[in-house]
Ligand binder design. Sequence first.
Ligand SMILES: Nc1ncnc2c1ncn2[C@@H]1O[C@H](COP(=O)(O)OP(=O)(O)OP(=O)(O)O)[C@@H](O)[C@H]1O
Ligand code: SF4
Ligand SMILES: [Mg+2]
Length: 329
Amino acid sequence: MALLEVSDLRTSFFLRSGELRVLDGVSLEIQAGEVLGLVGETGSGKSVTAYSITRLLKQPGRVVGGEVKWDGRDLVRLWESELEQEIRGKEISMIFQSPREALNPVITVGRQLTQVLRIRRGMDRREARAEAIRILKSVYISDPESRLDSYPHELSGGMAQRIMIALALSCQPRLLIADEPTTGLDVTTQHQIVLLLRELRDRTGMAILLITHDLALAAQLCDRVAVLYAGRIAEMGPIGHLFRSPRHPYTAALLASRPRLGLQGDILTIPGNVANLMRPPGGCRFHPRCPNATQVCAQQQPPLEPMDPGQRVACHNPMPQRQELAASG
Ligand SMILES: Nc1ncnc2c1ncn2[C@@H]1O[C@H](COP(=O)(O)OP(=O)(O)OP(=O)(O)O)[C@@H](O)[C@H]1O
Ligand code: SF4
Ligand SMILES: [Mg+2]
């Protein structure tokens, strides 16, 4: 059984001008210990997916349908008190795009960490301090004893992100949701954070949902990738397969638009405009931009269906399988 199973998740923002259908039936699953990448252009709904899973969505956003199954329980319908006490920040932790904003600016790093450890893990003051030092060491913070007395503004960007990761790890979660964890960091620090996440996964066995618009980052860290387009999963599969033989025209366009493979910071952009979510195109939301579009595409939404081994694709006219893969079975 998957650790997390999201089925047909629908989230809207109810604005004065109308309903913005941001997530239009997102389905994905994460296995224990797996790193799943969620990639897509800006505005495709990656962060909204994370906030919908953890129910941290703010008004006027609301989950309007679907299920988020965690250990057989549906997080969409769980009491808020149960979610807060048993799941969020404990079994599922999240790190955000801008760590400095997520850290409390007027409380020292040490107090933020020890507070979590005392409340969530029932430690006394001394135990919590010792555990905080151990966690800071595990994310390679040098001189952790004195770092405990630092305020967030005294930290470099990379250090602040490590502290966020330390906070997220303090409850030994089974799933870490990392929303653009390297944005705004220099290339060397980005690389160090990637290595750290990979090592933590190997060491602790926790699963990671890595949200990124950076395909190079996804390639370095992920086992599988789900490609999001205008609030729907276009394609999902093992990272190597998806890179070598994309089947959805949107994935193919994303890969073709990358400046160069392996380059850090690739921004996903392809010709045409992202779908207007207030009045989304009928049928396949990608059809106004798609080179493979036929009449049926404007009329029927393609379901996400198995195609190659381990790969699922939502497309009426998928790209052909690349020769060498077809030959190798
Ligand atoms: N607070 C909000 N109010 C209204 N609409 C919102 C709000 N937050 C998000 N949206 C809508 O949801 C869409 C998806 O937003 P989301 O933040 O999930 O995009 P994203 O894929 O994370 O993009 P990025 O790569 O830029 O972080 C946006 O295009 C926007 O239309
Ligand atoms: S369903 Fe049609 S429009 Fe959508 S991606 Fe496939 S070919 Fe293109
Ligand atoms: Mg985002």
